[in-house]
Design a protein around this ligand. Structure first.
Ligand code: NAD
Ligand code: UGA
Length: 465
């Protein structure tokens, strides 16, 4: 089968960049990304490339090249499904907030809606690809829905989880460590896998394309995120021990990372991991383990989340205790709100929890983030439902300039590792702050010795000195 048209349902952080790269690398394939969110689609179609709904380094160039040629963004979902030979499902799979599995299981209602819509609209055989991160064995539910339409259309279901990280999405997509494709072992299943392999070989070396059975593929995605998050929680656990013992967590990371069995990546201590996936996917893994009655497995992975919660809590506790046990009425400036640098995504960002804790202590917070807009920050706080929106707006102000944000502040808390923070005129910031002026570097990115020389009182995550 020769794929001529692709439809991707879900124009989010995964659907947008992933399909833009497929379109760029496969100009012979028409790629249409659809979404129910009209304003998101309008933003993807914006002629001003700085208005794309997602900020990712390099993405604007790719969209500029492919959009209108063989890359299209649309809200006409039925039409795109009908025309497509292959459909990627890339919708959100958040943690369930209701019913059985509330707070743990993945909410699959958006996936099911997609499957039902594909079943209803399709008139010709299609390959359906799970791009979203899903619990193991979801493909069988999708298959059931698709195969019971009675209209004779045949579907092949593949699992092709996405491993891109935000902030480096384009790089990760252009040169992935591996592409994973899971499929059925039947003749038709194998053919479908090959069709998707052929798309990726347009730019990914064959040896980096791994094919497995569908359940291994689904479970590998959850496992990869669990292992990555576990490394962050492990080094964060050590960061607390470093602070007590006089060791420096950066030195410990370096020392253990040079062991080739451990490796140096993902060993950066922080105020806690954020992002839309680590917590959601581990909770989902814990839930799956529990449903199979594997209590020890569930408890083991749950600890990664508990450690992360502890890390965020102890960072805000540290700010309060250092500022003489009260922050009531004191101005604290946040540098960074995004969950990591080079993205405007704030989902589950550690900054939200730290802000919430400090606002409960009646601190006044000023936030500066180079990419996150004011409405997003207030929406994040409102989502927590800890205070009324008015109170959030009175106690927390969003600033567009770091120097303005730190004026008359008692302390600066670094919540995101934006590179630009290292280049600021820290002397100027110091001069405009209340004294003693404190810095709480939750990302370990600043030159603490230089800041101490200026006069700052410094706390750096994982450093006992
Ligand atoms: P997102 O919320 O940014 O995007 C999902 C989009 O799907 C939204 O725009 C939503 O409007 C749309 N949508 C939902 N239901 C729809 C429907 N029935 N029809 C049409 N559109 C619909 O989510 P995301 O971050 O792109 O994540 C998508 C999936 O990919 C999740 O399962 C996530 O776990 C996984 N994932 C995310 C990342 C990441 O870095 N964000 C990386 C790898 C995997
Ligand atoms: C993560 C994975 O890295 C991707 O492979 C995966 O596809 C994606 O989740 C997903 O499934 O959504 P992402 O969350 O975008 O990607 O970003 P990461 O670089 O993994 O960072 C996650 C969080 O961990 C961030 O808050 C980051 O600051 C933190 N982190 C990361 C640390 O605190 N220390 C580290 O050493 C690395």
């Amino acid at each position: 089968m020769n794929i001529k048209t692709i439809c991707c349902i879900g124009a989010g952080y995964v659907g947008g960049p992933t399909m833009a790269v497929i379109a760029q690398k496969c100009p012979h394939i028409k790629v249409t990304i659809v979404d129910i969110n009209e304003s998101r689609i309008a933003a993807w179609n914006s002629s001003d490339l700085s208005k794309l709904p997602i900020f990712e380094p390099g993405l604007d160039k790719i969209v500029e090249e492919a959009r209108g040629r063989n890359l299209f963004f649309s809200t006409n979902i039925d039409k795109a499904i009908d025309e497509a030979d292959m459909i990627f499902i890339s919708v959100n799979t958040p943690t369930k907030t209701y019913g059985k599995g509330k707070g743990m299981a993945a909410d699959l209602k958006y996936i099911e809606l997609c499957a039902r819509q594909i079943a209803k609209v399709s008139k010709q055989n299609k390959i359906v690809v799970e791009k979203s991160t899903l619990p193991v064995r979801t493909a069988s539910a999708i298959k059931n829905i698709l195969e019971n339409t009675g209209n004779g259309v045949r579907f092949q279901i593949l699992s092709n989880p996405e491993f891109l990280a935000e902030g480096t999405a384009v790089e990760d997509l252009l040169s992935p460590d591996r592409v994973l494709i899971g499929g059925d072992s039947s003749e038709e299943g194998k053919k479908a896998v090959q069709v998707l392999v052929d798309i990726y070989t347009n730019w990914v070396p064959k040896e980096r394309i791994l094919t497995t059975n569908i359940w291994s593929s689904e479970l590998s995605k959850l496992t990869a995120n669990a292992f990555l998050a576990q490394r962050v929680s492990s080094i964060n656990a050590m960061s607390e021990l470093c602070e007590k013992s006089g060791a420096d967590v950066n030195e410990v990371s370096k020392a253990i990372g040079m062991d080739s069995r451990i490796g140096s990546k993902f060993l950066k201590a922080s105020v806690g991991f954020g992002g839309s996936c680590f917590q959601k996917d581990i909770l989902n893994l814990v839930y799956i383990a529990k449903t199979y009655g594997l209590e020890e497995v569930a408890d083991y992975w749950e600890q990664v989340i508990l450690m992360n919660e502890h890390q965020k809590q102890r960072f805000s506790d540290r700010i309060v205790s250092t500022l003489y046990n009260t922050v009531s009425g004191k101005k604290i400036t946040f540098f960074g709100w995004a969950f990591k640098k080079d993205t405007n995504d704030t989902r589950e960002s550690a900054a939200i929890k730290v802000a919430d804790n400090l606002l409960s202590e009646q601190a006044n917070i000023a936030v500066f983030d180079p990419k996150v807009v004011e409405e997003r920050i207030y929406a994040d706080l409102e989502h927590l439902n800890s205070r009324n929106p008015e109170e959030n707006r009175t106690l927390l102000k969003v600033e567009n300039d770091p120097y303005e944000a730190s004026k008359e502040s008692h302390a600066i808390a670094v919540l995101t590792e934006w590179d630009a923070f290292k280049t600021y005129d820290w002397k100027r910031i110091y001069n405009n702050m209340n004294k003693p002026a404190f810095i709480f570097d939750g990302r370990g990115i600043l030159d603490i010795k230089a800041l101490q020389k200026i006069g700052f009182v410094c706390y750096k995550i994982g450093s006992g000195s």
